[in-house]
Design a protein around this ligand. Structure first.
Ligand code: IPM
Ligand code: MG
Length: 382
C-alpha cells in the first residue's frame, strides 16, 4: 500500500505542475477572435451519437435554408466533421480522435449533437475534452418562461472545478478513491468577466454567485471572492452570494424565482442546476447550450444522446428544438443577428404560439423531420 501512496503522491505532483502551466497559458491568452470582421466563417457540424445524427440532419437542413445567401457568397461554409462517435472513440482510445480534433481546429464555431459518455472506465467525455482542447470556458445557458417573467442566463465555468481532473482521480488499494477539484484565479476571472459583461450589455442588475463556499472552502471560497473582485468594476450590478442547495430550492419557489437574472457558478453546480432550470422551461430537450472561448465556440443541445430512444426504435421522434436553440446562439455569436432572430421567432411560433406540429419524444408525437419541415415552412413564410 505504501508503494501505491508513493505513486499517488507522484501523480499529484504532476497534476499540480500541469495545472500551474495551464494558468500560465490563460494569463498570456491572445485577444478574442472578431467574427464581425472575418471574411469567412467555417461552421463545423458534428453528429455525435444516439439521436445526434437524427437531430443534426434537421439542423443542417434548417441552417442551409437560413444561411443560403451567405453560403452562396462563401462568407459562411458548413463543414461536416466525421468521427466523433462512441465506436470510433473507443477504437482509437481517444476522447476526441486526433484527425477529428484536427478537422475541428480548422473551424471557427461548431454545432454538435450529443455524444455518449461511458460511465466509469477511463474514457473521458468528448464534451469535456472539447471544452478543454478548445478552451471553451464559458458555458452559457439561457432559460426563459415569459408567462412567468422568468428570464435567466446561467454562466457556468466550463473548464475547471470537478471536471478538469475528473478522469485523473486516485485509487488506493481498492479501498479509497479520491477526485480533485480545481479553481484558478485566471480561470475564475474570465468566467466572472463574461457574466458581468453579459449583465451590463443586457440591462441586468443582479448576478447571483452560487457556490458551496461554506464547505468547499478553498475552491469555492476563492471562486466567490474572485467574482466579487470582478463585480467591483460593475457598480450598477448587485452581486449576491448564494449556496447551491438553497438556490436549487429557489428555482422551484414560484414566489421568488423570477427575481433572479444572471447566475455565475462553478462547473458541477452549473451542470446540475441548468438541467433543473431547463426542466422548468419545458424539459431538457428544449434548452440550448453555448460553450464559448476566445478562439472557438461550440453550441450543443443540453440533453444527452438518449441511447434508450435508439434501442426502443423511436429515435426519429427526438426533438430537434434544443439543437436549434443552440443554433440561434451560434448565429448571434458569429454576428448574424438577423438570421438568429428569424430562427428564434420561428421556434417561438412552432413550439409556443402556434404548435401545429408537436414532438413528444415518443410515437404519439410528431417526428423530428416533421417538426423541421414545419419550422422551415414557417421560416419561408416569415
Ligand atoms: C452537460 C452534460 C455534460 C456535462 C456531460 C455530457 C459530460 O451533462 O453539458 O451539461 O456534465 O457537462
Ligand atoms: Mg449536464
Amino acid at each position: 500500500m505504501n508503494e501505491q501512496i508513493e505513486q499517488a503522491v507522484a501523480a499529484f505532483r504532476t497534476l499540480l505542475t500541469e495545472q500551474i502551466a495551464r494558468t500560465d497559458e490563460m494569463e498570456k491568452a491572445p485577444p478574442p477572435k472578431d467574427y464581425k470582421t472575418a471574411n469567412k466563417i467555417r461552421i463545423g457540424m458534428i453528429d455525435g451519437d444516439g439521436i445526434g445524427p437524427i437531430i443534426m440532419r434537421e439542423a443542417r437542413r434548417v441552417l442551409a435554408l437560413l444561411l443560403a445567401p451567405q453560403i452562396k457568397t462563401g462568407r459562411v461554409e458548413m463543414v461536416d466533421i466525421e468521427g466523433l462517435t462512441i465506436e470510433n472513440r473507443l477504437a482509437t482510445g481517444k476522447a476526441i480522435p486526433a484527425d477529428t480534433l484536427a478537422a475541428i481546429r480548422t473551424c471557427d464555431v461548431l454545432l454538435k449533437g450529443p455524444t455518449t459518455t461511458p460511465k466509469g472506465g477511463s474514457m473521458e467525455s468528448a464534451n469535456v475534452a472539447m471544452r478543454r482542447e478548445l478552451d471553451l470556458y464559458a458555458n452559457v445557458r439561457p432559460v426563459s418562461v415569459p408567462a412567468e417573467g422568468i428570464d435567466w442566463a446561467f454562466f457556468r465555468e466550463n473548464t475547471e472545478g470537478e471536471y478538469v481532473l475528473g478522469s485523473r482521480g486516485i485509487e488506493i488499494d481498492g479501498r479509497l478513491a479520491m477526485d480533485f477539484k480545481v479553481t484558478t484565479v485566471a480561470g475564475t476571472r474570465r468566467i466572472a468577466r463574461a457574466a458581468f459583461e453579459y449583465a451590463r450589455n443586457n440591462g441586468k442588475t443582479n448576478v447571483a454567485i452560487v457556490t458551496k463556499a461554506n464547505i468547499m472552502k478553498k475552491t469555492d471560497g476563492s471562486f466567490s471572492a474572485i467574482c466579487h473582485e470582478i463585480a467591483k468594476d460593475y457598480p450598477e450590478i448587485t452581486a449576491e452570494d448564494w449556496y447551491i442547495d438553497i438556490m436549487t430550492a429557489n428555482l422551484v419557489n414560484e414566489k421568488i424565482r423570477s427575481r433572479f437574472q444572471v447566475f455565475l457558478l462553478p462547473n458541477l453546480y452549473g451542470d446540475i442546476i441548468t438541467d433543473e432550470a431547463a426542466q422548468i422551461q419545458g424539459g431538457v430537450g428544449t434548452a440550448g447550450s453555448a460553450n464559448i472561448g476566445d478562439q472557438y465556440a461550440m453550441f450543443e443541445a443540453i440533453h444527452g444522446s438518449a441511447p434508450r430512444m435508439i434501442e426502443e426504435g423511436i429515435g426519429e421522434y427526438a426533438s430537434p428544438e434544443s439543437i436549434l436553440r443552440a443554433a440561434v446562439m451560434m448565429l448571434s455569436h458569429i454576428g448574424l443577428m438577423e438570421e438568429s432572430g428569424q430562427l428564434a421567432d420561428a421556434l417561438h411560433i412552432c413550439s409556443e404560439s402556434e404548435r401545429r406540429v408537436v414532438v413528444t419524444g415518443d410515437r404519439d408525437g410528431a417526428t423530428c423531420r416533421a417538426y423541421a419541415d414545419y419550422l422551415m415552412e414557417t421560416l419561408a413564410n416569415a
